[in-house]
Ligand binder design. Structure first.
Ligand SMILES: Nc1ncnc2c1ncn2[C@@H]1O[C@H](COP(=O)(O)OP(=O)(O)OP(=O)(O)O)[C@@H](O)[C@H]1O
Ligand SMILES: [Mg+2]
Length: 342
């Protein structure tokens, strides 16, 4: 009993935009993947939501870092600090008398190179993981959605995250075809920043552009009347005069300015379908394609993809948690999961 008290099991979705952690089947952490670091000491001063509040508002003594870029660790030290900080948060910032024996399942991008996988492994081990398993994110999201990934049946998922869109066809507990593309939520936000500058002469920060996306983000220029969001009023700085500026943004404008990025995701989906063997393809046509990740919350996305691809798309319930939920299920089956990697 005394031993089990110091054993801890965590399932982690280490995302470019958000980190979600499950423990004992419950979400114990849901925070933006960002740290704030003191420039002189190199020590972490904040992590998650507090660090995000500081983002784009720092002075030269502090800088903020998002340790992941395009779905993979880009800043190893910051990643380690962030993971350690999150585990501390999960433990209520208490320090244990004995370091708990930590078992972890962590999601990784299917497009990760061996060096990038190594970076996740090393950061988790430095943060205290003793028994570490990795799982490809599209596999985790399929499990999290509740698809029967072990069946001899084609399942297809499209996870539009912050840094990457992961597209995969799964059968018999393995990924048959996949693509991991760097067009996802962050690129869509950058499209909005660029549009604001070019069309409205207003310079917007990343956070304001994200707010625009959440409020009036749409991939269709015509939404059903009951789904139409009211335009959002944005206050910013005129690029030319530096005077305060105010403008209203409609969902139709956003649909047009992010169209190119959405089209890139569409062509990758078609590319994966093109490579999919015919028997699995037929299953996918029958079951539809599942959307997960924060990008699937853009208004009209299932409709637009269904129209372009001619296969029904469904948005997962609680799409931002699909990967974490799947890693949580995998954590309970580490002894007999074909899709887990040591
Ligand atoms: N309501 C919304 N409308 C549009 N986009 C949204 C919405 N909510 C979240 N997003 C976007 O979803 C993205 C984050 O999604 P998610 O948490 O699935 O990504 P992640 O797992 O951190 O990233 P990745 O999987 O690429 O490493 C962000 O780009 C965010 O702006
Ligand atoms: Mg993700």
């Amino acid at each position: 009993m005394a031993f089990s008290l110091i054993r801890q099991e965590l399932a982690i979705d280490l995302g470019t935009a958000n980190t979600v952690i499950f423990q004992n089947d419950k979400i114990v952490l849901d925070e933006p993947s960002i740290v704030a670091i003191d420039n002189k000491s190199g020590k972490m001063v904040a992590v998650g939501k507090y660090a995000q509040m500081m983002d784009e508002k720092t002075n030269p003594n502090i800088y903020t870092v998002r340790p992941l870029r395009d779905g993979v660790i880009a800043d190893f030290n910051a990643a380690e600090m962030m993971i350690t900080g999150f585990i501390k948060m999960v433990n209520g910032n208490r320090t244990h008398l004995f370091t708990p024996s930590l078992k972890m399942v962590v999601g990784i991008s299917k497009g990760s190179t061996p060096v990038e996988v190594r970076a996740v492994r090393d950061s988790c081990e430095h943060a205290g993981a003793h028994d570490l398993f990795l799982i490809h994110e599209p596999m985790a999201s399929a499990i999290g959605i509740g698809l029967d990934v072990e069946a001899p049946k084609g399942n297809m998922v499209v996870d539009i995250g912050g840094g990457t869109t992961e597209i995969a066809v799964i059968s018999l507990g393995g990924i048959v075809e996949s693509e991991s593309v760097r067009t996802a939520g962050n690129e869509i936000t950058r499209d909005i920043q660029e549009y604001m500058a070019v069309q409205h002469n207003i310079r917007t920060g990343f956070k304001t552009a994200e707010r625009i996306k959440f409020h009036v983000g749409s991939v269709l220029t015509e939404l059903p009347a009951d789904e139409e969001p009211v335009p959002i009023v944005i206050h910013g700085k005129n690029i030319v005069t530096s005077h305060p500026a105010e403008t209203e943004i409609t969902y139709q404008e956003i649909a047009l300015c992010i169209d190119k990025s959405i089209a890139k995701i569409e062509s990758s989906i078609l590319h994966v379908l093109e490579k999919t063997p015919p028997e699995l393809y037929s299953d996918i046509v029958e079951n539809g394609i599942w959307l997960a990740g924060g990008g699937s919350l853009l208004r009209g996305i299932a409709q637009r993809f269904t129209d372009r691809v001619n296969i029904q798309f469904h948005v997962a319930e609680d799409p931002l948690k699909a990967v974490a939920r799947g890693t949580c299920t995998a954590l309970k089956n580490t002894d007999n999961c074909a899709y887990l990697m040591r």
